[in-house]
Design a protein around this ligand. Structure first.
Ligand code: MTE
Length: 317
């Protein structure tokens, strides 16, 4: 397994992102803009080969910084976890098709000096999106490479000025049971909730995503705003965000409440710590046959390992 020092990878990554964003920007300019997480044993996933279906990639780069090809738009938008709609990944796109994402507001408050409720159009205008190509590693042991559009969460948090008491960020998804059939399921504590420690939220890799492949997000991908935290299991990347709250105590996520013995707060990708019901040592990249080894912190170790210095990574799952 090759390893590139962060001194090399970061500038390259930033450079690529900038170039890609120039092109993505041209496309997006007009818009101005968990089986309770059980692994999919049926393997009836879309066969995805780079370049097939959907809009053309927005970038000259068709791969992430490790050289792994992007998944297609088709695969990324037709194999989704969004329990508010369905636990069937291949039904989500159809069920979410008419879900209305306008008007939409995002309330940002809690332990901040400037609590603000943003209309989504204002939010998109105030925080310009750039392209970030990230691996998404689901806790169910499948993965994809996705060219997101988004902006660093840090920019939003800086705008509302957290107080010195703020230690965590709590995110909440939309609650519309009349439009989201899964929210009528008694198994989960709706709405979907997730959280990050403040320093994780301020890390440059952490983005609020507004689009992918140079286009606005579709409902199934979490439109109009979802979190992306690429070194953590995919369930941390909460979709359909309506509330961001700075808090003092560690938030309890929907998954922590539903299955505390299976899902922790940190949920960093770690091939050495198995899920109680399956191994996390390897993963199935959608579009590939066979499995590939899972990388520590999903391959972002150089950028984020320092956040966890002194912590027992097996214990702080
Ligand atoms: N956010 C909400 N609101 N509801 C969900 O069910 N599923 C999570 C996460 N965000 C989920 C969510 C899980 S388990 C994963 S793996 C990712 O979204 C999947 O993102 P994708 O469908 O864009 O690949």
């Amino acid at each position: 397994m090759h390893k590139i020092p962060s001194s090399e990878i970061t500038p390259e990554h930033v450079y690529l992102s900038r170039r890609q964003f120039m092109k993505a920007g041209a496309l997006a300019a007009g818009a101005a803009l968990l089986a309770a997480c059980a692994p999919d044993l049926t393997d009836s996933t879309p066969q995805d080969s780079a370049g097939q279906g959907g809009p053309a990639p927005s970038a000259s780069a068709q791969a992430d910084e490790l050289g792994d090809p992007l998944n297609t738009f088709e695969a990324i938008t037709n194999y989704n976890n969004y329990y508010e709609f369905s636990t069937d990944k291949q039904a989500v796109a159809r069920l979410a098709k008419d879900f209305s994402v306008r008007p939409w507001t995002v309330e940002v408050g809690g332990l901040v000096h400037k609590p603000t409720t943003f209309g989504i159009e204002d939010l998109l205008a105030q925080f310009p999106s750039e392209e970030r190509i990230y691996r998404l590693r689901c806790v169910e042991a499948w993965s994809m490479v996705i060219p997101w559009l988004g902006f660093p969460l840090k920019k939003l948090l800086e705008a509302v000025e957290p107080t010195s008491d703020a230690r965590y960020v709590r995110f909440e998804s939309i609650y519309r049971p009349e439009e989201m059939p899964g929210q009528n399921s008694p198994w989960y504590n709706w709405p979907y909730v997730e959280g990050l420690r403040l320093d994780e939220a301020l890390n440059d890799l952490t983005i609020l995503s507004t689009g992918l492949y140079g286009k606005e997000l579709l409902p199934q991908s979490g439109a109009p705003l979802r979190l992306v935290v690429p070194w953590k299991y995919g369930f941390k990347s909460i979709k359909g965000i309506v509330k961001v709250e700075l808090v003092a105590e560690q938030p309890t996520s929907l998954w922590m409440a539903a299955a505390p013995n299976e899902y922790g707060f940190y949920a960093n990708v770690n091939p050495q710590v198995d899920h109680p019901r399956w191994s996390q040592a390897s993963e199935r990249r959608i579009g590939e046959s066979g499995r590939r080894p899972t990388l520590m912190f999903n391959g972002y170790e150089e950028q984020v390992a320092g956040l966890y210095a002194g912590m027992d990574l097996a214990k702080f799952y």
